[in-house]
Design a protein around this ligand. Structure first.
Ligand code: NDP
Ligand code: HSE
Length: 447
């Protein structure tokens, strides 16, 4: 008797679609050996059939019409890799209603429409695989849903946008201008179709929405994630950060504040979930601050396991294709063993957990004031900070421009975000301050 066949159709033959097809065809034998079934790539749909993808598909596989994939009765798993909301959502829902399993890398879609998509999949008894939607080739979804299932999550800190990390690394190490570094990331296939998603923290927010929902059992709540991108960070800030012993990274953070007590059975009154994406200064000696280029890293702390860290390429055809194929294999195994929906999507069980307002968070801060170079300015500024209970940890002022303005850099101890916003509002109105103050949140141990 021949091996069982699991039949797959891909919609979207772009960066990730091409990587996925290359792995399915190139590693067919090893996949078959490891799983005991054959994965057959039956159809690949893309609206452009002329473009050279660097791979030749068997005859009859390529089609211009996504419906050829969704409507094919032989196809068990539809792989959605077109991106965006529509028609991607329509393809997925149509496939689910035809009782086909779905694999997608589309974090934008899951973060915005995932509650509906997962509930429809549950209704029709099929699976949605989404490993590739967060952190490219790093199997972080499996880590949280399966490997660390025993834990109350304390916190997750992630560098989960390869494009931003690539840009910040180029600005730090090669002093490359922001726009040139972004062009490189686009050329390498890392950036989203609309790269503002990458640089404004939106893509990280999509991914964080998924991670928070898995970690804390809350519904997918993109609109509650605080988002701030890297566009205001200058090479000068990167240099000041370095002088103070920090690296600047775009971090996605979710944590329970205060931490959920171990073995809590309803005993977690007052716990709120933080969800925020923003540039962050991290001590240079921390492992995560050494994660450069397109690499991603996700630090996950659980109450039983303690600290764990996952590292790998967060974007690109082959790393992302690796995660897509892992989902295909998982679903294939479940089909073959009769264990479909072995790991169902569970969210909303803890729907009562509150999400913390951004103004309520506490952090240390880096401020870069544009202050006139004259006596008394520092005491004006520190007076206002003091009025809001913000205490200064260190100060740097470089250069002299008597009568002109110079950057005045202040690092603070832990303070409340609301106090920081109020203090900055007052400071920016001082006649001795010539431009808007830039502030960056700082993680790490308080000095
Ligand atoms: P690409 O733009 O490279 O590929 C998408 C492909 O789908 C294009 O060839 C596009 O054609 C085609 N397409 C668009 N609409 C249709 C349609 N209606 N029918 C058939 N084909 C269509 O995107 P990526 O491969 O980079 O991204 C795919 C998904 O993976 C996105 O959700 C993205 O967020 C996600 N992702 C991407 C990663 C990466 O590193 N690139 C990493 C992780 C996730 P055309 O070019 O003509 O528009
Ligand atoms: N544009 C995304 C990034 C692709 O740069 O991380 C991977 O999700």
């Amino acid at each position: 008797m021949g091996k069982k066949k699991i039949t797959v159709g891909i919609i979207g033959f772009g960066t990730v679609g091409t990587g996925t097809a290359k792995i399915l065809l190139g590693n067919r034998n090893i996949l078959s050996e490891r799983t005991g079934f054959d994965i057959v790539l039956k159809k690949v749909a893309d609206r452009d059939l002329q473009r050279d993808r660097g791979i030749t598909l068997p005859k009859g596989v390529l089609t211009p019409d996504a419906k050829d994939v969704v409507n094919d009765p032989d196809i068990h798993i539809v792989v959605e890799l077109v991106g965006g909301i529509h028609p991607a959502k329509d393809f997925i829902l149509e496939a689910v209603r035809k009782k086909k399993h779905v694999v997608t890398a589309n974090k934008a879609l899951l973060a915005t429409e995932g509650n509906e998509i997962f509930s429809e999949a549950q209704k029709h008894g099929v699976e949605i695989g989404f490993e590739a939607s967060v952190a490219g080739g790093i199997p972080i979804i499996k880590v949280i849903r399966e490997g660390l299932v025993a834990n109350n999550m304390v916190a997750i800190y992630g560098i989960i946008n390869g494009t931003s990390n690539y840009i910040l690394t180029k600005m730090t190490e090669e002093k490359v201008e922001f726009s040139d570094a972004l062009k490189d990331a686009q050329r390498l296939g890392y950036a989203e179709a609309d790269p503002t998603f990458d640089i404004e923290g939106i893509d990280s927010a999509h991914k964080l929405t998924i991670l928070s929902s898995l970690a804390y059992g809350i519904p997918l709540s993109l609109d509650r994630v605080y988002k701030e991108g890297i566009t205001k960070i200058t090479s000068q800030d990167i240099e000041f950060a370095s002088e103070l012993g920090y690296k600047v990274k775009l971090l996605a953070i979710t944590k329970a504040t205060p931490p959920i007590p171990p073995l809590a059975r309803g005993g977690e009154r007052g716990v709120e979930i933080e969800m925020r994406v923003h540039p962050t200064m991290i001590p240079s000696e921390y492992l995560i601050s050494k994660v450069d280029g397109v690499f991603n890293a996700v630090y996950v702390e659980g109450d039983a396991v303690g600290s764990t860290l996952y590292y790998g390429r967060g974007a690109g055809d082959m790393p992302t294709g690796s995660a897509v194929v892992a989902d295909i294999v998982d679903i294939g195994r479940n089909i073959v063993s009769g264990g479909v929906r072995r790991v169902p999507w569970i969210s909303g069980g803890a729907g009562t957990r509150k999400i913390r307002e951004m103004e309520e968070i506490e952090s240390m801060y880096y401020f870069r004031f544009s202050a006139l170079d004259k006596p008394g300015v520092l005491s004006n500024i520190s007076g206002i900070l003091g009025n809001y209970n913000i205490s200064i940890a260190s100060v740097i002022q470089k250069g002299r421009r008597i009568g002109g303005s110079v950057p005045l850099v202040v690092l603070t101890h832990r303070a409340k975000e609301r106090d920081v916003l109020n203090a900055i509002g007052e400071i920016d109105n001082l006649p001795v301050v010539s431009d808007k103050t830039l502030f960056v949140r700082v993680e790490g141990k308080e000095e």
